[in-house]
Design a protein around this ligand. Structure first.
Ligand SMILES: N[C@@H](CCC(=O)N[C@@H](CS)C(=O)NCC(=O)O)C(=O)O
Length: 209
């Protein structure tokens, strides 16, 4: 099988979920590390693949996809035989799509804000308040499910768990530490051999940023 090309800056940027998913799917991949400082992400060759100049991007033969959520949706559907995405006619398909998109569109937006809106003491305070408030609401969505089942879908482990577990640690103090069911969920996922092998939860090497 031809490996899927992954364009990224480090194993722990948003390519983390893509690499983890491919490892779970047992699909070979090849990493291409780009250095922002050296202008790799602004090069005409890379901008042809991803005009936004961000990572991750994948190349699967002639197919190019950017945006981590879209990449994971594409891959889990393409390798349907590995059962990491409910089939189109499955009753769990709607919940699956909901969590796949929610993890990036709602949860990750809040997590990302913790890194960007902290320039002044006042901004830090407001970001802390906002994150706490948002995580209270996120908790109401996650807890009733994770208190009664091991994975976000009743049928078991899926690509939606990868998306969630790749983002949740960013809000560890707000969302994980105070909620044992979410902590147990994270610990369960962090022990998966594919997550360990792809170093999703290791400290990032910032040299490429
Ligand atoms: N929503 C996008 C976010 C992409 C993104 O912002 N990636 C970061 C790395 S994790 C990036 O490329 N940063 C470089 C920059 O901002 O110039 C996704 O999930 O793929």
């Amino acid at each position: 099988m031809q490996p899927i090309d992954i364009y990224c800056m480090a194993n722990q940027d948003r390519s983390d979920r893509v690499r983890w998913l491919l490892e779970e799917l047992e699909v070979p991949f090849k990493d291409h590390y780009l250095k922002k400082k050296s202008g790799d992400m602004d090069s005409p060759e890379y901008r042809k693949l991803n005009p936004t100049g961000r990572v991750p991007t994948i190349k699967d033969g002639e197919t190019v996809v950017f945006e981590s959520g879209a990449i994971c949706l594409y891959l889990a559907d393409k390798f349907q035989n590995k059962n990491l995405a409910p089939k189109l006619d499955s009753p769990e398909r709607a919940a699956y799509l909901q969590w796949m998109v929610w993890s990036v569109a709602s949860l990750e937006c809040v997590v990302a804000r913790m890194y960007t809106h902290v320039r002044t003491e006042e901004e830090k305070k407001e970001t802390h308040r906002f994150t706490q408030e948002q995580c209270e609401a996120f908790k109401l969505a996650l807890l009733p499910i994770l208190e009664k089942q091991d994975y976000i879908l009743k049928s078991g482990f899926s690509a939606a768990d990868i998306m969630l577990a790749a983002v949740i640690p960013g809000a560890w103090d707000f969302l994980v530490e105070p909620n044992p069911a979410i902590k147990n969920y994270m610990e369960r996922l962090m022990k998966r051999p594919a997550a360990i092998k792809t170093k999703v939860f290791e400290m990032p090497d910032m040299s490429g940023f």
